[in-house]
Ligand binder design. Structure first.
Ligand SMILES: NC(=O)C1=CN([C@@H]2O[C@H](COP(=O)(O)OP(=O)(O)OC[C@H]3O[C@@H](n4cnc5c(N)ncnc54)[C@H](O)[C@@H]3O)[C@@H](O)[C@H]2O)C=CC1
Ligand SMILES: NCC(=O)COP(=O)(O)O
Length: 333
């Protein structure tokens, strides 16, 4: 049986997601991907970008598409879309792309999902609470805990908390949540990244990792006891390390991944080092999901100036993971 294709949700229609999908369709080496988007919007965006794309019905498309071809599953927009201009009416469209992608992965129609960027604000403005793909996917697949990890050539950074207001971060880092996060991270570094004995650099929460309790007590009361308990189970955990000195080359070289305590502790450094070629992967999900390392870039939509490097990396990684998963599930025990 051939591998099912991957699925790409193009995300916010006013953003660069549709542009990037159209740009990748120009490549002479095409991945097996079914693109989810409104066909007329894609045709209009292609014309705006000066790109020629022939849309194929995924049911009848050949497995290997040629340059300038795209397997497109039509999902209708709710309202007409202008590149760069958000419209709350299209929030349901964005979520229906995600729902179609997940349902297809669950049914075996697709082997992995790759997500283009969504605009979290406009979905909330439409009256739909939405923190991010990561939380939405956890909820949709009934997975109590997942882990967001961004990865590039220079480093991998996972997060102990994701899209939370800063004031809520400390109380969200509990012995149970940190233990679960580290367990998922450790497991997926082994299984998905082929690291039999991963070394994880764990950041502290407070300046100077609390400076022995003088600048915050979460390290003493939560982080250190959790690391100790998990080390006793055999995990290689280094820390808690002061976040301001963790991100230098000699320290990074001692680990395979960093666990940052919150979004803006880890991601600015990672994006500075790898923006444009990094990927975002949700660990701990029952399906494979990778994504771009950037947002909707409304300023670039329809201009042709967006860089498709991260989407290409996300698709490449999703395919690698899908092949790995298939091999593991078909090889004899
Ligand atoms: N995976 C996702 O769905 C993500 C969604 N977002 C959402 O995107 C929206 C906008 O967020 P921002 O903070 O403005 O981040 P952004 O990544 O959209 O833009 C930041 C800067 O990077 C540039 N940029 C982004 N992607 C680029 C690309 N592919 N090529 C060249 N330049 C690029 C933009 O032009 C802008 O100057 C927010 O609603 C945010 O929540 C942000 C990150 C990830
Ligand atoms: N900064 C990364 C980010 O916001 C991605 O979030 P998600 O939509 O993949 O959960």
């Amino acid at each position: 049986m051939p591998m099912p294709p991957m699925v790409l949700s193009t995300g916010e229609p006013a953003g660069i997601g549709p542009d990037l999908a159209l740009m990748l369709a120009q490549s002479d080496k095409q991945w097996p991907v079914v693109v989810l988007a409104d066909r007329a919007m894609m045709a209009q965006r292609a014309a705006q970008l000066g790109l020629s794309v022939r849309f194929q019905d995924p049911q009848t498309a050949p497995p290997q598409l040629g340059q300038g071809e795209m397997a497109l599953h039509h999902v209708p927009l709710t309202a007409p879309c202008v590149a760069g201009t958000l419209d709350t009416d299209n929030a349901r469209y964005v979520l229906s792309l995600l729902e179609t992608a997940v349902a297809g992965c669950e049914s075996g129609l697709y082997s992995a999902m790759v997500t283009g960027p969504v605009h979290k604000g406009v979905i909330n403005d439409a009256g739909i609470p939405f923190s991010g793909h990561t939380e939405w996917l956890a909820d949709r697949t009934h997975t109590p805990r997942v882990v967001m990890m961004l990865a590039g050539e220079a480093m991998r950074v996972a997060l102990a908390t994701t899209h939370l207001p800063l004031k809520d971060v400390a109380q969200a880092i509990t012995p149970a949540s940190l233990t679960e996060t580290l367990t998922i991270l450790h497991h997926d570094l082994q299984v998905k990244f082929g690291l039999p004995s991963p070394r994880i650099l764990v950041a502290g929460l407070n300046p100077h990792a609390g400076e022995g309790g003088h600048m915050g007590r979460e390290e003493l009361e939560v982080i250190i006891p959790v690391l100790q308990a998990l080390r006793e189970q055999g995990m290689q955990l280094i820390g808690p390390l002061p976040a301001d000195t963790l991100f230098n080359r000699p320290v990074l070289a001692q680990g395979d991944a960093v666990l940052a305590m919150y979004h803006d502790q880890g991601l600015p450094v990672l994006k500075y080092a790898t923006f444009g070629e990094g990927i975002n992967i949700t660990l701990g999900l029952p399906i494979i999901r990778t994504s771009v390392d950037h947002g909707t870039a409304l300023d670039l939509a329809g201009t042709g100036r967006a860089d498709a490097g991260s989407l290409k990396a996300a698709i490449t990684w999703a395919w690698t993971l899908a092949k790995q998963h298939r091999q593991a599930s078909t090889s004899p025990q």
